[in-house]
Design a protein around this ligand. Structure first.
Ligand code: SAM
Length: 383
């Protein structure tokens, strides 16, 4: 294809398979608009080596970071949403099952003070008491300066189990865990489905989900991940300004940016923010939710300049752009000129095509319109 008078090679095919089970169990934390681990895996295998530094400026649940850690690469992550680091760091330090069991026994089942929030449309009284007690426990541990990796794990798994659509979650039936609805909306769902929240044993759920997350973990991986996690740089901030990252230190950046204003990260995450004591409004203000392509380009132009600074000579950026507004906006065509003006060369656009048999999701948006899904990845190099 030709972009701004420059010929760009396009490679199209099924470069990795879509089977969820092909990914390591440690990835199975839901996050709106996350990509599958097969995507970073592909680029890590081809364009990096063990020990290299790998970066994701829009890290989300940390898919690039976890896959990098599993492949013995060093990691740097950044995201404007503080939930990202809370969901990522603990998975570098997965606990043994008995260790977790003991820690849960230390956590009271009733909160010290009555919670000042009505979430009765999501939880029955006892369940909400347990959730609030976990929340209080975490905040006490932080205040006392004794918060450790195991607390981080409990917090991460609990955050992931807050709401969902099966008894494996703390809540009554609701939308999937990465799209919390408002209390008013939940009341309507309850009425429609004629349901009311039932008791859920939160500690049992935490143990069960933890066991699933670590089920693929091989003995050597645990040690490797913890070594990488200790060296890792986990940033919370704007991808345009990352002075903590050294010049020319990153071998490859593998990322997918926020898209125009399609996915409302902070609105979807309000309950997760409450549980973690995060000011959701403040987070909303720091996220890039640009309604127009030109505003989006302005932000991404600065991001590419920053990526150019931190990328090693001959290093790469794999920049995943989805199909926005049913393919009417081809973001790759907007990304390439921005990257070129930051100094990068565009090696190729890789189009990953997958056949699917049931409803698939890209960027959290259902795609029932055809028999294939595509990921478009702009591959850039610094020469
Ligand atoms: C498409 S998601 C990335 C998902 C990620 N690839 C994963 O697998 O979870 C985009 C992320 O960009 C973050 N974000 C939005 N604006 C940002 C900004 N200006 N700087 C840094 N992160 C930002 C959002 O919080 C969101 O987590």
């Amino acid at each position: 294809m030709e972009v701004s008078g420059i010929k760009v090679r396009v490679a199209e095919g099924e470069f990795w398979t879509s089977k969820q089970r092909d990914g390591h169990s440690l990835h199975e934390i839901s996050y709106r608009a996350c990509f599958k681990p097969q995507l970073p895996h592909f680029f890590l295998e081809h364009l990096s080596r063990p020990g290299d530094w790998i970066y994701d400026p829009f890290s989300g649940r940390g898919t690039t970071a976890i896959e990098s850690g599993l492949l013995s690469r060093n990691v740097i992550t950044n995201d404007a949403n503080p939930l990202s680091a809370l969901l990522t760091i603990p998975r570098f330090f997965p606990p043994a099952r008995d260790e977790l069991h003991k820690r849960l026994e230390d956590i009271p089942l009733v909160p010290e003070t009555e919670p000042d929030l009505d979430l009765s449309m999501f939880y029955d009284k006892k369940t909400f008491g347990e959730i609030s007690a976990i929340r209080d426990y975490i905040s006490e541990r932080q205040k006392d300066g004794v918060y450790d990796e195991l607390d981080g794990w409990v917090r991460m798994v609990a955050t992931n189990r807050l709401t969902g659509h099966s008894p494996g979650f703390f809540s009554v039936y609701t939308l999937p865990p990465n799209q919390a609805v408002s209390p008013e909306r939940q009341k309507i769902i309850n009425e429609k489905l004629q349901q009311s929240p039932q008791y859920r044993d939160t500690h049992k759920i935490l143990e069960k989900k933890s066991a699933r997350l670590i089920s693929d973990l091989k003995p050597g991986e645990k040690l490797r991940l913890s070594e990488i996690g200790r060296k890792g740089i986990f940033l919370t901030g704007d991808a345009r300004t990352t002075p903590q990252i050294d010049d020319e230190s990153v071998t490859i950046t593998i990322t997918s940016p926020p898209f125009l204003n399609i996915v409302q990260y902070s609105k979807d995450n309000w309950l997760r923010c409450w549980f973690n004591g995060i000011d959701g409004e403040k987070v909303a203000g720091s996220l890039t939710l640009t309604p127009t392509v030109s505003k989006w380009e302005e932000v991404m132009g600065s991001v590419f300049k920053e990526l150019y600074r931190i990328t090693k000579p001959e290093g790469h950026v794999a920049f995943e752009v989805g199909e926005v507004r049913k393919g009417s906006i081809k973001l790759d065509e907007h990304v390439i000129p921005l990257a070129l003006s930051a100094g990068f060369e565009c090696s190729l656009v890789l189009v990953q095509t997958q056949n699917f048999t049931k409803t698939a999701h890209i960027w959290g948006i259902s795609n029932n319109s055809g028999g294939t899904n595509t990921n478009r990845i702009v591959l850039l190099q610094k020469n």
